[in-house]
Write a protein that binds this ligand. Structure first.
Ligand SMILES: Cc1cc2nc3c(=O)[nH]c(=O)nc-3n(C[C@H](O)[C@H](O)[C@H](O)COP(=O)(O)OP(=O)(O)OC[C@H]3O[C@@H](n4cnc5c(N)ncnc54)[C@H](O)[C@@H]3O)c2cc1C
Length: 459
């Protein structure tokens, strides 16, 4: 169909002020965090569920691909318009519709920034725990579609653990409601869980009801330096086996440390430090004190070089700012990076780290930096490489070996970033043919013409 005819029709459906079609505008929506480039034919900015329904009804009739998009911070190409067509930008559906403290729930539109919801809930002394490192800019809609995790996963779980109900527009434009706004509901199949993590391929969320919990009274942060990664991993294991569930338990390896040295003058990291744990403990004041003392004892027993508690909120924020800066800072090692987010059972962390180091010996021109949510077994493996096809191929071969080893150890190829179109070729490493077919059948049932985010998850 001619683009002009499509644009005229879309102008009529949602108003021309919500339709962007100049090349400059479309270019802004050609990317996400995976750094691919696919220019859409048109960008739409729906303002209501009815707009979304109108668009999908039309796109389904005309068989035009539709790519829902939040902030475009996804790392696996989820919102990239791989086959052209429509990008549906949700940043203008960004209202918090209600927070009901007595029900411990909030209902929001998908374009609400995660941190905005966290901040609004905190005004009622309530807490929305899922906390991806991108919380300051990613949207709840994107978080639900990716089932995002983040730094609080160990103690509080991931996005799916907080989604009670969804308003979803299906591929044909019909509107359904899954789940209930109650904390419990076992009426029929759990469609909410089916949609959470579906990466925009099964339906488009227009309202999301989340569960909130009481805001913890106190948070303490500890930065712990180690001479070896083994000591850091051993400390993490012992903290958990002592029945302490930290709010955050993050691991940073030597290569990642080297990138953030000097980023903040206040944080000096001595040369002999080869691994760091960044630990948050939260809860009632008295409990936090007891747990921090126990953790200090455990890390000393595991040869920590130094444990530095954050003195105040400002110092705590600085430490976390440094942690959040690692990902972009890795570009100081090499101009290109591939970021994997494998997750293994916690007991296999040392094994996978040692296998990765061994694999790396066979790829001496590539550098590896590891950091992440060690408490969940979810490590971000970054393969850093120079420009050129040969380097890229080497990096991809190395990743394939790492992913096969991860699955062999009982792990998963994606703990939180999703599959998108970046990892679809690896899906069969983990998902056997029969399960894969069930997934494809569900996709076909809900989106028979394949207009929703085509080219994602499946090859
Ligand atoms: C610096 C940085 C740090 C990060 N840290 C983490 C982390 O700690 N943990 C983590 O899990 N991820 C992390 N991410 C990845 C990313 O931020 C998350 O995947 C996030 O959930 C994406 O949200 P978004 O709003 O940017 O969505 P987008 O990237 O725009 O889209 C992501 C997916 O959601 C779909 N989608 C968007 N809106 C809707 C909707 N309304 N209905 C249906 N589908 C929709 C899209 O089609 C796409 O498939 C990080 C990314 C960056 C750049």
């Amino acid at each position: 169909m001619k683009t002009t005819i499509m644009i005229d029709a879309l102008n009529r459906l949602i108003g021309k002020e919500n339709v962007l079609y100049t090349l400059e505008d479309r270019l802004c929506y050609a990317y996400d965090g995976s750094k691919q480039k696919h220019i859409p034919d048109v960008v739409l900015r729906p303002r209501s569920t009815q707009h979304v329904s109108n668009i999908l009804q039309y796109a389904n009739e005309q068989e035009i691909p539709v790519y829902p998009r939040g902030a475009g911070s996804g790392l696996t190409g989820g919102s990239v318009p791989a086959q052209g067509g429509i990008v549906m930008d949700f940043t203008h559906m960004n209202r918090i519709l209600e927070i009901i403290p007595e029900d411990l729930t909030a209902t929001v539109e998908p374009g609400v920034i995660t941190q905005t919801l966290q901040n609004e809930a905190a005004k009622y002394k309530l807490f929305y725990p899922p906390d991806p490192a991108s919380a300051a800019f990613s949207t709840i809609g994107g978080n639900v579609a990716e089932c995002s995790g983040g730094i609080t996963g160990l103690k509080y779980g991931v996005t799916r653990d907080y989604i009670l109900s969804l308003e979803v527009v299906l591929a044909d434009g019909s509107i359904i409601h899954t789940g209930r706004k109650t904390l419990k509901s076992v009426t029929g199949y759990d469609l909410t869980r089916l949609f959470v993590g579906s990466e925009g391929t099964l339906g488009i969320f227009t309202q999301i009801t989340v569960k909130l919990i009481p805001l913890p009274e106190k948070i303490e942060t500890l930065l712990v330096f180690f001479a070896t990664p083994q000591d850091a991993v051993q400390s993490a294991t012992q903290i958990i086996s002592n029945n302490i569930l930290p709010r955050a338990l993050e691991f940073i390896d030597k290569s990642s440390i080297d990138c953030i040295k000097g980023y903040k003058q206040e944080i000096q990291i001595p040369e002999e430090v080869n691994a760091i744990l960044l630990i948050d403990i939260d809860g009632k004041d008295a409990n936090v004190k007891t747990e921090v003392s126990l953790i200090e004892k455990i890390v000393v027993e595991n040869h920590a070089l130094k444990a530095i508690p954050a003195k105040d909120v400002k110092e705590r924020d600085t430490l976390w700012e440094v942690r959040r800066a690692i990902s972009p800072a890795l570009y100081t090692i090499a101009p290109f990076k591939i970021n994997e987010d494998i997750c293994v059972p916690r007991s296999r962390i040392l094994e996978i780290l040692s296998r990765i180091a061994n694999i790396n010996k066979r790829y001496p021109s590539l550098k590896v930096a590891n950091f992440g949510h060690i408490g969940d077994g979810n490590i971000h493996i970054n393969i850093l490489h120079e420009e050129g096809d040969q380097q890229r191929i080497l990096a991809e071969n190395m990743i394939e070996e790492i992913l096969r080893n991860t699955v062999e150890l009982g792990g998963t190829i994606s703990g939180e970033h999703g599959i998108g179109n970046v990892k679809s070729r690896y899906l069969s490493f983990e998902v056997p043919p029969q399960e894969l077919q069930i997934m494809k059948d569900i996709k076909h049932l809900l989106d028979p013409k394949g207009i929703l985010n085509p080219g994602k998850i499946f090859l």
